[in-house]
Write a protein that binds this ligand. Sequence first.
Ligand code: PMP
Length: 285
Amino acid sequence: RTVYVNGEYLPEDQATVSIFDRSFLMADGVYEVTSVLGGKLIDFPGHMARLERSLVELDMNKPEAFDDLLEIHRKLVELNGIDEGLIYLQVSRGSAGDRDFAFPDTEVVKPTLVLFTQSKPGLADNPAARKGIKIISIEDIRWGRRDVKTTQLLYPSMGKMMAKKAGADDAWMVEDGFVTEGTSNNAYIVKGNKIITRQLSNDILHGITRAAVLRFAREAQMDVEERSFTIDEAKEADEAFVTSASTFVMPVVEIDGETIGEGTPGPKALRLREIYLDESRKAAV
Ligand code: PMP
């Protein structure tokens, strides 16, 4: 696999980053994951807009190649022959050549930019979407700026492990009695014609897929309610699902061992998945 590091395209075993890089020492980095369908980038402008916002929020320099990111993504897709898959992009604050809690001077430090591809044939025609996934609920103990897409992913990783141990596929996190989001996705319930998902704030990541799916839901005459909901309300819902760049719209059929609806993917979730895949393929770059 060919990867990109700070201006160079290299075989993955030749790509290196300093041990003093702040994303390694402090999780002082931000990232994006963009999916590739038919060799094209899905929701690319949205991911780049969010990346820019993450950098601003953390007072991090833009990488020099910021304006070339579309070209870099496309080149990696081509070099690695990706038809369906993902592109991971990370920007870290960089390295000051030593360890220090204080940020290095923004005038001198250069951000580290890394991108690599992951080939995932069958990403769109995912068998999990036909079956639906099982989730458990766990407490949300993450920091308070979840709207910034940082590389601090230890708790979400632990959440996935807790789910695995419980025989489930993923976890929804709960704070003050209300669902915030999934470990790596936004969470939704469906009641009648209503699509319910938590309102945007610092408490959740502003999902790029979420924005598109809510727009498609409104266009399909579904009612969208952006508000908090509890796990108890979710258990009583007609349907549940999650969205993310890597899973698109993924139906949820079980929450904490209780069956949702008929225990099979719900019609609204499946419809939204179909619309999302169709429309975002058309808009892919
Ligand atoms: N919430 C969290 C915590 C996530 O990690 C992700 C995926 N990165 C999402 C939501 C979904 O965001 P997107 O649709 O932009 O992939």
